[in-house]
Design a protein around this ligand. Structure first.
Ligand SMILES: Nc1ncnc2c1ncn2[C@@H]1O[C@H](COP(=O)(O)OP(=O)(O)O)[C@@H](O)[C@H]1O
Ligand SMILES: [Mg+2]
Length: 247
């Protein structure tokens, strides 16, 4: 008598097919138009959470349903902000880096845009996250050492055919010419977004309240700056999504 293969499955074990099913669910939603954007750079303090939050609010203001997956368990910056309970869009869920795929799969059906805020240097983990992403967005401070670090995940994304965009953060007006030189010198880590996030105190001031600079009621240089960053980034993301999903 042939053995019944099913009887060899231990009842408590997670079926091997679990992950592919999660990936399949995500791919289905992406094919329907959902965007998955991963924000990463192995360097801490380069502005990952600031860029994630402000971009999420940019999309929410376009009436898109936005989810932030806060996968930076150690810092947990976004999880702490008070916004999600009060206002709802964007919504934030927190998880460990190894739970990102399952978390996205569980929620993506309810959202138009999913932003994943990640930290750490684990390339295998990042590869798995990038496999479900339309684009890798990496904020980077305009300094030589920081740009070297940028290459770390960019090569992981390239190997998986995921488009990347680096965004200069905490740039200063005086440094505009220097930014061009840096972008040329580090062309291999590019492309760089044509508009940089400027070093402006409003980014820092509104952030602990779970607010983005686009929500500042009065005129503000950071609001103008991010409106330009968001417009430029939005175009790049849209193109990346169309190319990925059209494949
Ligand atoms: N463009 C900017 N101008 C001024 N302060 C900024 C800017 N970007 C980030 N910051 C501040 O720098 C600190 C680190 O940024 P954060 O987004 O938490 O970095 P990461 O998530 O990469 O660790 C925060 O206090 C944040 O408010
Ligand atoms: Mg962070």
């Amino acid at each position: 008598m042939r053995p019944d293969l099913h009887s060899f499955r231990s009842p408590g074990a997670v079926p091997v097919a679990f992950k592919p099913r999660a990936v399949g669910a995500i791919e289905f939603c992406r094919a329907q138009g959902a965007i998955v954007l991963t924000v990463a750079n192995s360097k801490g303090g380069c502005g990952k959470s600031t860029l994630t939050l402000n971009t999420a609010i940019g999309y929410a203001r376009q009436r898109k349903r936005v989810l932030i997956v806060d996968a930076d368990k150690k810092q947990g910056t976004l999880r702490k902000w008070p916004r999600s309970n009060d206002i709802g869009n964007p919504t934030v869920v927190a998880c460990g880096p190894s739970e990102v795929i399952e978390t996205v799969a569980r929620h993506i059906g309810d959202y138009d845009v999913v932003l994943i805020d990640t930290a750490g240097r684990d390339e295998r983990m990042m590869a798995a996250i990038l496999d479900i992403s339309d684009i890798l967005v990496s904020p980077v401070k305009p300094a030589h050492q920081d740009l070297l670090e940028l290459g770390h995940f960019v090569h992981v994304a390239r190997a998986r055919d995921v488009p990347t965009i680096a965004v200069f953060n905490e740039a200063t007006r005086e440094k505009t010419a220097e930014l061009k030189q840096l972008a040329a010198a580090f062309k291999a880590h590019g492309p760089f977004l044509a508009v940089a996030m400027q070093q402006l105190s409003s980014y820092r001031r509104v952030y602990p309240f779970g607010r983005g600079v686009l929500e500042i009621g009065r005129e503000d240089p950071a609001k103008d700056n991010f409106a330009q960053v968001f417009a430029a980034l939005g175009r790049v993301v849209e193109k990346a999504h169309a190319e990925k999903v059209g494949q």
